[in-house]
Design a protein around this ligand. Structure first.
Ligand code: ALG
Ligand code: ZN
Ligand code: ZN
Length: 329
C-alpha cells in the first residue's frame, strides 16, 4: 500500500481554506481513505463516567474542529509528523452511553482491533473512564506499561456511588489488574483538595510518584521532563492527559476544574522533553466544549495531541529507517 511509503498528509490549506469541509483531526485523511495507519487518531464520545459536569462526549469533535489550524511542520520537535508516518483519523468508537460496563468493553475491543493493525493510538476523549480499557488493550500488546498521567486529579480513587468504572478510578483499576509497570508511574500537575490524606497514602502504595503543578512552577518544565524521562527509561510508555491538568484559565472547558494548574506552554514543553521516550499510545480526555470559551480548551488539546503525534511519528520513522539499514547490510 502506497500510504506506508509516502504517507498521505492533511488537506493542503493553501488550496482549500482550512475552515472548509468536515473536520478530521488536523485535516488528515480518514483511516478508510488510506487503508492502514501508523498512528490512528480515534474519538471516544463517552462521558457517562463523570462525577460532576457532563459534556466530554463532545470533546473529540471539538478537538477536531480546533485542529484545523495545525500546520504540517512542528518546529519544536523539528519534524513534519504527517510526512514521517501515516497518521489518519479513525473516526469514533460508538460506546453505549447507558451502560458503562458495556462501553468499557467496546472501547477495549475497538482499541484491540486498531492496535492489531500495528497502529499506535492517539485517542481523543471522552471522560477519563476510557483510559482503563485503552490501557488494557495496550498492555495486551506490550505487557505492563509505564504511565505518565497528566491531571489535576489522582484518579486512583476506589468507587463512586459503588461504581468501579468512573473517571475518578481508572488508574486504581489498572494497578489492580497488573497492567501498569509499577516502577514507572507518575501523576503530573496534581493539585487541589482531596477527600483525605489517605488518598495520597493509597496512591503512593500503588506505586505512583507525584509532580504537583506547584513543583512544575518551581522547578520548570525542562527539569521535570528530565526527571520523568529518567524514571521511564526505555519502557513502553502510555501518556494519558486529562486536559484539566491545565489551569482553568488555559482549559475552562472541562468537567472538574481546579485552580492553580500549569500553563499550556508548560504542558507542551514537558511533552517535548519526553520526545525520546518509547511512546506506544496516548490519550487526551475531559474536554467539555459546553464550558469552553473561544475554543481555548479545544485548541490546547489539539496542540497537545499534535506534540504526542509528533513523538510517535518520529519514532515510527526512526524504527523504519533502522530496519531498512539493517536489511541493506
Ligand atoms: N478525572 C477527572 N477529570 N476528575 C476526577 C474527579 C473525581 C472527583 O469528583 O472527585
Ligand atoms: Zn482531572
Ligand atoms: Zn482525570
Amino acid at each position: 500500500m502506497s500510504g506506508i511509503e509516502t504517507p498521505r498528509g492533511p488537506v493542503d490549506s493553501s488550496r482549500i481554506p482550512r475552515y472548509a469541509g468536515p473536520a478530521t483531526y488536523a485535516r488528515l485523511p480518514r483511516l478508510d481513505e488510506v487503508g492502514r495507519a501508523d498512528v490512528a487518531v480515534v474519538g471516544v464520545p463517552f462521558d457517562s463516567g463523570v462525577s460532576y459536569r457532563p459534556g466530554a462526549r463532545f470533546g473529540g469533535n471539538a478537538i477536531r474542529e480546533a485542529s484545523r489550524l495545525l500546520r504540517p511542520y512542528n518546529p519544536a520537535q523539528d519534524a513534519s509528523p504527517f510526512a514521517l508516518a501515516q497518521v489518519a483519523d479513525a473516526g469514533d468508537i460508538a460506546a453505549n452511553p447507558f451502560n458503562i460496563d458495556e462501553a468499557v468493553e467496546t472501547v477495549e475491543a475497538a482499541a484491540d482491533e486498531l492496535l492489531g493493525t500495528g497502529a499506535r493510538l492517539m485517542t481523543l476523549g471522552g471522560d477519563h473512564t476510557i483510559a482503563l480499557p485503552l490501557l488494557r488493550s495496550v498492555a495486551k500488546k506490550h505487557g505492563p506499561v509505564a504511565l505518565l498521567h497528566f491531571d489535576a486529579h489522582l484518579d486512583t480513587w476506589d468507587t463512586y456511588f459503588g461504581a468501579e468504572y468512573t473517571h475518578g478510578t481508572p488508574f486504581r483499576r489498572a494497578v489492580e489488574e497488573g497492567i501498569l509497570d509499577t516502577e514507572a508511574l507518575s501523576h503530573v500537575g496534581t493539585r487541589g483538595p482531596l477527600y483525605g490524606k489517605q488518598d495520597l497514602t493509597d496512591d503512593e502504595k500503588m506505586g505512583f510518584g507525584i509532580v504537583t503543578s506547584a513543583d512544575i512552577y518551581r522547578r520548570g518544565a525542562d527539569e521535570v521532563a528530565d526527571q520523568l524521562r529518567q524514571r521511564i527509561g526505555d519502557r513502553p510508555l502510555y501518556i494519558s492527559i486529562d486536559i484539566d491538568c491545565l489551569d482553568p484559565a488555559h482549559a475552562p472547558g472541562t468537567g472538574t476544574p481546579e485552580a492553580g494548574g500549569m500553563t499550556s506552554r508548560e504542558l507542551l514543553e514537558i511533552l517535548r522533553g519526553l520526545a525520546s521516550c518509547n511512546l506506544v499510545s496516548a490519550d487526551v480526555v475531559e474536554v467539555a466544549p459546553a464550558y469552553d470559551h473561544a475554543e481555548i480548551t479545544a485548541v490546547a488539546a489539539s496542540h497537545t495531541a499534535y506534540e504526542l503525534t509528533t513523538i510517535m511519528s518520529r519514532q515510527i520513522a526512526q524504527a523504519k529507517q533502522s530496519k531498512q539499514e539493517k536489511a541493506a547490510k
